[in-house]
Design a protein around this ligand. Structure first.
Ligand code: ZN
Length: 311
């Protein structure tokens, strides 16, 4: 019997917990409200203890979290949620709490790096050298997996805060508290709500809001394609559930590329390059499971020449 892993998708409003081996092999799942660190992390550890009583010892726990977060192993703030504006959660040692509480190894990364890893291992990014996952919802965030490893750098990618060219005639100020009109400030769920005076979920698919939304997402995705040359740009999150939005983003990216990038992946309507998550709405929790699995039992590394999209 192969190993069982634990997974935590730590969000600003809820924590999703799961244990299992992978997609189709989730044994149990639980959702908790995000209250205080003591309460939510304490309840998480208690649940995993119960789970181990039913299924045997877990091989490790993967945590994909909202951020900003300390993702560098060996650094003093590894495993922490760091400079978040969320009340009570600043400088919280999430990985330490869970690891000490359960006596298990913990893998820790941003929610979107975890989602990118899950998609690389099991979803729309299988076989790809560079996979980018962008979530468009309450916030906008992006993660990247290169050669099977989440990209970190100095901190970790903050792709929701890139700047995008304004749509002609758009005078909306933007809602990002740091930058006003960055991508998140112009195109996140709260930005859509503030711009149109009602929640994004209440705007019909034919509303002009979505053409504007596609503009900003296409601006950003074109920049990401030119910068990172990913084989897949995977667009997830609640806002992307609007019918027709993904297709509009593809059309916008194609127009902005202007035929410059030449490769079969960029031919046609970008259907094989700018895609929906292969794991549906499960990229985050399965991504956290993938983090644990990669920590304990890394997938065999492909040679670069084995990847799709090679020349
Ligand atoms: Zn911003």
């Amino acid at each position: 019997m192969s190993a069982i892993y634990g997974a935590i998708e730590a969000g600003g409003t809820k924590f999703v917990l799961a244990c299992g081996r992978g997609p189709g092999e989730l044994l149990e799942e639980r959702t908790l409200p995000t209250t205080t660190p003591e309460e939510t992390l304490g309840a998480s550890v208690a649940w995993f203890r119960e789970v181990q009583g039913r299924h045997g010892e877990l091989a490790g726990i993967g945590v994909g979290t909202f951020g900003p977060a300390g993702v560098h192993e060996g650094a003093a703030d590894w495993g922490w949620i760091t400079t978040t504006p969320k009340a009570g959660w600043r400088d919280t040692d999430v990985a330490g709490y869970v690891g000490r509480g359960l006596g298990l190894p913990v893998a820790f990364d941003t929610d979107v790096n975890a989602a990118a890893l899950g998609e690389w291992l099991w979803g729309a990014g299988v076989g790809c050298e560079v996979v980018l996952y962008l979530t468009v919802g309450t916030g906008i965030g992006g993660g990247v997996v290169m050669g099977g490893k989440p990209l970190h750098g100095v901190l970790h990618p903050e792709m929701g805060h890139v700047r995008t060219a304004r749509a002609a005639g758009d005078e909306f100020a933007g809602v990002c508290p740091w930058h006003r009109d960055c991508l998140e400030g112009m195109a996140s769920g709260p930005a859509i709500g503030a711009r149109w005076g009602r929640p994004a979920g209440e705007l019909p698919p034919g509303h002009e809001a979505w053409e504007l939304e596609a503009h900003y997402l296409a601006e950003a995705c074109t920049g990401f394609l030119c910068t990172l040359s990913p084989q897949r740009v995977i667009l997830g999150g609640g806002v992307m559930g609007v019918p027709g939005l993904l297709e509009r983003v593809r059309a916008g990216v194609r127009e902005r590329l202007g035929g410059y990038l030449q490769h079969p992946l960029y031919s046609g309507g970008l259907e094989d390059c700018v895609v929906a998550p292969g794991l549906g709405t499960r990229s985050g929790i399965l991504g956290a499971l993938a983090l644990a699995r990669e920590l304990v039992q890394p997938a065999s590394q492909l040679a670069s020449s084995d990847y799709v999209g090679k020349h």
